[in-house]
Design a protein around this ligand. Structure first.
Ligand code: GLU
Length: 385
């Protein structure tokens, strides 16, 4: 079996693919120009792929990189060290060039594109998440390719994905895509840093992620990219848990995507999806990066939740409420030692929750003056870790 057999068979069976493209790939030789030949080649590859009945969504980085020159940001400054206001302004300049480049490339293939800018907080809001999903599905139904990036002009440190590795997995979860493909400057995961250790070996297939894999990834980030291998492994972990396969391959050469589909020897790392029985609703709850608060529960409640799938979290088993959340927000569930044991949608706001915790559910009506749900988090809105 060749290096690439497994990846090729996953892509062959994929119906909806999210392709994430790193900044280094879309940037031309001049800092403020897109690599149009590269984009043209990708559009031709995507056209061939969708001609076989498949659907594609693109998540591309490069907004900040392509706006650097206009904002006088030197190439020597790593993305994470650019002052926020300048970075946001750079993205406003660069995003136009980025989208324009893709739009031109796909127009040559007679394919329409649409620009979609998302923020983390929006995708963690149930209604906005559903709206974004509907928009993406409608675009796909009309054979329009969504070109997505984070809305960097409004995303502040606290509410941003930060790197598009995570964003691409969120998009895949949202749209129930089968696979996320990261076209990167790296051709996959190695047992060590291949630039410094000649004995480092490439891993073509990863069925289960362990601490060892996270150690292998290290923190190194090259050039204008934001996420390093570590953020890719974190994204892979999230994808695998949600039943989504992830592939990382080197994407700098022209037609890297079709090479991956056709060549026996193109290297890639394939992270195999777990069999996922969770509904889209529960995947969305479990993948929240910024829960709005927390319920600390007692040992009895923890045992009850763990021992039976049919149990909801009742107010009587909650020791403490933290944070300021509204009814319907996602909150963490922690045990009495502070360890996260689950996540769920709160049926009460924090203001109401603090008044009913420790009490039997039948007292809710007399304490609050209205009758709400018996549980603080209903089992259909809860994911245990
Ligand atoms: N959204 C950022 C940009 O367009 C990129 C984040 C990343 O590099 O992953 O520049």
């Amino acid at each position: 079996m060749s290096l690439n057999t497994n990846t090729r068979s996953v892509l062959k069976n994929t119906k909806l693919l999210v392709i994430k493209i790193g900044s280094e790939l879309v940037r031309g030789e001049k800092i403020d120009q897109v690599n149009q030949p590269w984009m043209d080649a990708l559009a031709a590859d995507v056209k061939d792929f969708i001609a076989t009945g498949k659907r594609v969504i693109i998540v591309s980085s490069g907004g900040v990189a392509l706006g650097r020159k206009a904002l006088n940001i030197s190439n020597n400054i790593a993305p994470n060290n650019i002052p926020l206001a300048k970075k946001q302004a750079a993205s406003a300049v660069g995003q136009f060039h980025l989208f324009n480049g893709f739009n031109k490339a796909f127009a040559m293939q007679n394919i329409q594109t649409a620009q979609v800018l998302l923020t983390m907080s929006e995708t963690e809001n149930r209604r906005m998440n559903l709206n974004a999903r509907e928009t993406l599905n409608t675009l796909l139904d009309h054979d329009i390719i969504p070109i997505i990036n984070e809305n960097d002009t409004v995303s502040t440190k606290e509410i941003r994905f930060g790197d598009n590795d995570r964003l691409s997995v969120r998009v895949a979860q949202m749209t129930r895509a089968d696979t996320t493909l990261l076209l990167s400057t790296a051709d996959g995961l190695y047992t060590d840093n291949p630039h410094t250790n000649p004995d480092a070996t490439h891993l073509p297939i990863i069925e289960e992620l362990t601490d060892e894999h996270f150690n292998m990834a290290g923190d190194a980030v090259a050039g204008l990219s934001t996420g390093g291998m570590k953020s890719k492994i974190e994204a892979a972990e999230n994808a695998m848990k949600s039943g989504i396969d992830m592939v990382i391959t080197e994407g700098r050469e022209l037609n890297a995507f079709s090479n991956l589909l056709e060549s026996e020897n193109k290297k890639s790392s394939l992270f195999i999806a777990q069999k996922c029985k969770e509904s889209a609703h529960k995947i969305w709850i479990g993948s929240h990066m910024k829960p709005n608060g927390c319920a600390i529960i007692d040992d009895g409640a923890l045992a009850a939740l763990k021992n039976s799938k049919n149990r909801s979290l009742l107010p009587i088993g909650v020791l403490e409420i933290q944070g300021d959340f509204k009814r319907g927000d996602v909150i963490e569930i922690k045990d009495s030692t502070g360890k996260r044991v689950g996540m769920g949608l709160s049926a009460y706001s924090a203001v109401h929750a603090v008044r009913i915790i420790g009490k039997p559910s039948k007292e809710i009506i007399s304490v609050l003056g209205f009758s709400g749900r018996n549980s603080l988090i209903h089992r259909s809105d809860m994911v245990l870790i």
